[in-house]
Design a protein around this ligand. Structure first.
Ligand code: DAH
Length: 395
């Protein structure tokens, strides 16, 4: 590149046009070779900056006589324009390259799994209740609820456990401070002291009173007893089932429980054993056992409990609703009959999802909840299998 000193020589020396051409070619070559935007900017300053070589040529015009200026100005202007165009062109190309490189470097792989934002999990008890609602909905049951703060009559009396009934001993619970002891002859009008309900069975009575018959309901919810060890907590969960119609019998009960348990445990291999039992609110009463195998010290449901290596596990209580309960619930027992059952939700969850200490259910330990909790997006459906696959640290 000529220095400012010899540039004047070029212009005023021999063959101006020729020299400007050389200058332009040289400038274009260097601009085209500029590898970065910074290098290009340096060239721009070198040619077109205040002290740039092309600018210097332009300045020489001022000192020329009018005639000469007229003669030489177009070529110098054209040179300036050519260099400016060259710089702009190269700049566009370099910027395009830079964009290409960025796009290549910052490529987004849309097939990568999304990084999950931390979120809460669905508690196994809620999950199991959803699963129960799904299964029983398919059998035509609706979900009924009742108050956790219950009165003595709904919790005991209407379920055929009058004031002095010995079965009350198994249902010791939490009473309100001003609660008077229960009296014989309490009824719907005089329901007696308030307490925390000891089972979901009072929802049977409430629903029959409110809705009449026929009925098919399940009633999941919290219940309370003053009990506390590895398998008992003062608050736990039950689900009650009730079917009232004109000619319901024990066969319907057995089929319903079998169908429910097969869907819930997602296996056809469920064998039930109905054992005679006693509950004040059912007559006859049966206790339902389910066969299991001992596999590496763990109970796995399936098979007859009488088979070698197997046993029977007590699962739930049930029976035909006692005629007295039907009558106290406002229905004519000569017209209506049905079956009921009650089962521990926590116990179902433990059996299905393999937790062994009930107390951990209610400790609120985040590690436990993350491990055993379910994804909120994993809705149980019968067609897809009610068991949530996305469990266990899914969140
Ligand atoms: N309410 C009973 C309990 O908490 C469970 C139960 C047994 C409920 C038999 C029923 C039933 O509906 O028929 O121990």
């Amino acid at each position: 590149m000529p220095t400012p000193a010899n540039r004047r020589a070029i212009i005023f020396g021999n063959g101006l046009d020729m020299d400007l051409q050389v200058l332009e070619q040289e400038a274009r070559a260097r601009i085209a070779a500029a590898g970065t935007l910074d290098a290009l900017e340096d060239l721009r300053v070198e040619f077109l900056g205040k002290k740039g070589s092309v600018s210097a040529l332009l300045k020489t015009l001022g000192a020329m006589a009018a005639e000469e200026r007229k003669d030489k100005a177009p070529a110098i202007q054209a040179l300036r324009q050519a260099v400016a165009d060259g710089v702009a062109e190269r700049k566009a190309a370099l910027e395009a390259d830079q964009l290409e490189q960025r796009l290549a470097a910052e490529v987004l792989d849309l097939s990568l799994p999304v990084a999950m934002a931390p979120r809460g999990t669905v508690h196994p008890v809620s999950q199991v209740m959803d699963e129960l609602a799904e299964i029983f909905a398919d059998l035509g049951f609706t979900v009924a609820t009742g108050p956790e703060i219950e009165d003595d009559w709904h919790n005991f009396g209407a379920l055929n456990m009058p004031a002095s009934h010995p079965a009350r001993a198994m249902h010791d619970t939490f009473y309100f401070p001003d609660a008077a002891p229960p009296r014989e002859g309490q009824d719907r009008e005089e329901p007696g002291r308030m307490l925390l309900r000891t089972h979901t069975s009072p929802v049977q009575v409430r629903t029959m009173l409110q809705e009449g018959a026929p009925l098919r309901i399940i009633a999941p919810g919290r219940v309370y007893r003053s009990d506390s060890d590895a398998t008992h907590t003062p608050m736990f969960h039950q689900v009650e089932g009730l079917v009232i119609d004109r000619d319901i019998h024990l066969g319907h009960l057995k089929w319903t429980l079998e169908t429910f348990l097969k869907a819930f445990f997602e296996t056809q291999d469920i064998v039930l054993r109905l054992r005679p039992s006693y509950f004040p609110f059912t007559e006859p009463s049966v206790e339902v056992d389910v066969g299991f195998a001992l596999v590496e010290g763990k109970r796995v449901l399936g098979g007859s409990g009488d088979a070698p290596g197997h046993g029977w596990m007590e699962l739930l209580g049930s029976g035909m609703v006692n005629a007295r309960v039907i009558a106290m619930s406002g229905l004519d027992p000569n017209e209506w009959q049905g079956f009921a059952f009650g089962v521990g939700v926590d116990r179902l969850a433990m059996l299905k999802y393999g937790m062994d200490d009930l107390r951990a259910f209610f400790d609120g330990d985040l590690r436990w909840l993350r491990h055993y909790g379910f994804s909120a997006f994993d809705q149980p459906t019968l067609s897809a299998g009610v068991g949530a696959r996305n469990s266990g640290g899914g969140a």
